[in-house]
Unconditional design. Structure first.
Length: 49
């Protein structure tokens, strides 16, 4: 699992937004990449225990 925290002061800059967009586009190329909210991760974890 890879978690990326995004603080408004850091991510609100044009260069940072571009880099995050590029990363998401790259990661979406993989069928096993899962973009989930904290709630979705917690529910998945509870279902497996």
């Amino acid at each position: 699992m890879m978690s990326i925290g995004l603080h408004p002061r850091m991510v609100g800059r044009p260069g940072k937004v571009r880099a995050i967009k590029q990363f998401i586009e790259y990661a979406r190329q993989y069928s096993d990449a899962w973009f989930a909210t904290r709630e979705e991760i917690a529910r998945a974890w509870l279902e497996r225990t």
